[in-house]
Write a protein that binds this ligand. Structure first.
Ligand SMILES: Nc1ncnc2c1ncn2[C@@H]1O[C@H](COP(=O)(O)OP(=O)(O)OP(=O)(O)O)[C@@H](O)[C@H]1O
Length: 272
């Protein structure tokens, strides 16, 4: 696929996305939506429930087509899933019948890497996420946090240029989540991938990202974009006590709160 090196990793330009509801009406999920993610940038997207965050990611993968506007990945219009995109969702995508290492090695083998090289690489990635010694276990024998780490190794081994993450850690307990945040930032800083991280959790967004996009209650448009100028490397578990972190979070929350209230009212109206 073409890669125009000087272009942003992801661009959504005046994108609208409409769906047909079961009773045949048209519902606008995204309207005049603009977003640009630079190479190596970590962008978080927050917004009220149901506003259109996942739809944004689906447009980047090509699973959803824009009803209007344009979506570009690495400078080229999206025609299908770009080979250098990796994913992380709330539920991990581990094969339950495969051992840990066979899960991690699946991507490289699929793309034709010789077995010996692929297994060596998988062992390396498992070491990076602190799972050496667990290679031959099966997913059901692991804790939720360990499964997530396998999942990260499974994603990063493919050396994605773009990482799309949809509430990847929301099912984890608070401590495991904190560890996963550190792990993610460490892997990201080495991989230099561009990340779009969708979350409901504003503190998570501010702690991780370079930029936070606040979306309006559906139909989603970009309400505001905040640059998070906290220095890196960040210690996510400690950053929440930093005054600058608190100030940035408070400013964004004031903006987001109105949309959350509007979103809740909109949901109530939809079910009434
Ligand atoms: N394939 C589809 N067909 C019809 N409507 C859809 C489809 N996909 C999403 N929608 C609607 O588009 C709107 C946005 O959905 P989306 O999943 O993008 O929101 P979200 O912000 O990710 O939600 P949440 O915060 O609850 O995860 C919702 O009203 C949803 O019902």
């Amino acid at each position: 696929m073409t890669d125009h090196n000087d272009s942003p990793a992801i661009e959504l330009i005046n994108v609208s996305r409409r769906f047909l509801t079961p009773d045949g009406k048209s519902m606008t999920a995204l309207r005049d939506f603009n977003m640009s993610v630079a190479r190596g940038e970590f962008v978080a997207v927050v917004g009220p429930t149901g506003c259109g965050k996942s739809t944004t990611l689906n447009l980047v993968t090509g699973l959803a087509k824009p009803s209007a506007g344009e979506v570009r990945v690495m400078g080229a219009p999206v025609t299908g899933i770009h080979p250098r995109i990796g994913f992380a969702f709330q539920t991990d995508a581990l094969f339950p019948w495969r051992s840990v290492i066979d899960n991690v090695v699946a991507g490289p083998l699929f793309r034709g890497m010789p077995q010996e090289q692929a297994y060596a690489k998988a062992r390396e990635w498992l070491a990076r996420v602190n799972l050496s010694g667990h290679e031959s276990k099966y997913p059901h024998q692991l804790s939720g946090g360990m499964r997530k780490r396998v999942s990260l190794a499974q994603t990063f081994i493919n050396e994605p240029q773009i990482l799309l993450m949809d509430e990847p850690f929301s099912a984890l307990d608070v401590q495991t989540r904190a560890l996963m945040h550190e792990e993610l930032l460490r892997l990201w800083s080495q991989a230099k991938a561009s990340v779009v991280f969708v979350t409901h959790d504003l503190e998570e967004a501010v702690a991780l990202a370079d930029k936070v996009y606040v979306l309006t209650a559906g139909p989603a448009t970009v309400k505001s974009v905040y640059a998070v100028d906290l220095p890196r490397p960040r210690i996510v578990s400690e950053i929440r006590y930093d005054k600058r972190f608190i100030d940035i979070s408070r400013t964004i929350w004031e903006d987001l709160r109105d949309e959350v209230q509007r979103g809740a009212a909109r949901e109530e109206a939809l079910v009434a």
